[in-house]
Write a protein that binds this ligand. Sequence first.
Ligand SMILES: NC(=O)c1ccc[n+]([C@@H]2O[C@H](COP(=O)([O-])OP(=O)(O)OC[C@H]3O[C@@H](n4cnc5c(N)ncnc54)[C@H](OP(=O)(O)O)[C@@H]3O)[C@@H](O)[C@H]2O)c1
Length: 333
Amino acid sequence: MQYTPNPERYKNSVGYNYCGKSGLQLPRISLGLWHNFGDVNDQNEAKKMLFTAFDNGITHFDLANNYGTPFGSAEINFGKFLKNDFAPYRDELIISTKAGHLMWDGPYGDWGSRKYIIASLNQSLKRMGLDYVDIFYSHRYDPNTPLEETMSALSDMVKQGKALYVGISKYPPTKAREAYRLLRENGTPCLIHQDRYNLFNRDVEQSIFPLVEEKNIGFIGFSPLAQGMLSDKYLDGIPTNSRAGQEFGFLKKEQIKPEKIEKIKRLNEFAQNRKQTLAQMALAWCLRDKRVTSVIIGTSSVKQLKDNIKALDNLNFTDEELWLIGEIAAESE
Ligand SMILES: NC(=O)c1ccc[n+]([C@@H]2O[C@H](COP(=O)([O-])OP(=O)(O)OC[C@H]3O[C@@H](n4cnc5c(N)ncnc54)[C@H](OP(=O)(O)O)[C@@H]3O)[C@@H](O)[C@H]2O)c1
């Protein structure tokens, strides 16, 4: 049956923030397709998650060339959903993809050469059946390729109409500053910086936040739930259907250490006192900082997605709460 989106999706939406000083607004919660949308995943649930997201005004879907198991399958599957269900709504969507991690064998399928970046975007467009993506990222800094080369490849993709905006991901601050300058000189300013941000990983607060603020660039945080650790799912062991319990998951069993579980338990109690789940509190915590344009969540079910959207019901923290949460999260393991 043809998908008909919720007509109230913008009235009762997740809300939008301007991306830095650009004219582009992004939903406060975006959906990432790293896990849960590949060939090894339930396609029916994947499709329903996309529908639920869009029905709630989540207009931004984040991909990369290598997302899904096997590599590329998230883009192929997303392309099918786009063609069959979202085609009339293309202009309501912000679709991003990236190149920078290993995608194919040989010297031209990884890192930041012009050869790789351009070939990769052409492949991504083909897999998704798109003429252009909204945001194209360099997925990581390449110490062995001149930044000028990587940035000019990104800029040329905008000039050729294959991307509307460009961004960078996981760049160290000194290189990020240089990348922003090069992109501006090329006439294609950096729209957005994407990096890991959650209660257990706060490095960007010191390194990247001051920079994006100074340069009027948006910031989008990935893995806001630390791949699911910032939820109640690992409190009583590792469920077999969880990311850490599955063979294809990036989160490894060894990362679920007893010391970490202790902290998660205390954070979980804290969240309960706020009448939120831990996942909701962890998302609200990321969004409390005005420099965060959006958080990219990953979900393995519609239920998780709906629960996570409810994080927006309580984004307020007292200074004391923030201090206490920070103390618990920072305790050594
Ligand atoms: N630029 C980069 O290098 C980079 C790197 C990583 C990610 N990203 C982007 O960020 C996106 C999100 O990353 P992520 O998947 O690591 O995000 P995340 O939101 O931290 O973790 C997602 C996982 O958390 C669990 N989860 C989500 N909601 C839950 C809930 N309400 N209750 C219990 N568990 C819940 C699910 O795990 P289960 O599967 O166990 O249910 C889900 O797969 C990616 O899809 C990608 O777009 C970018």
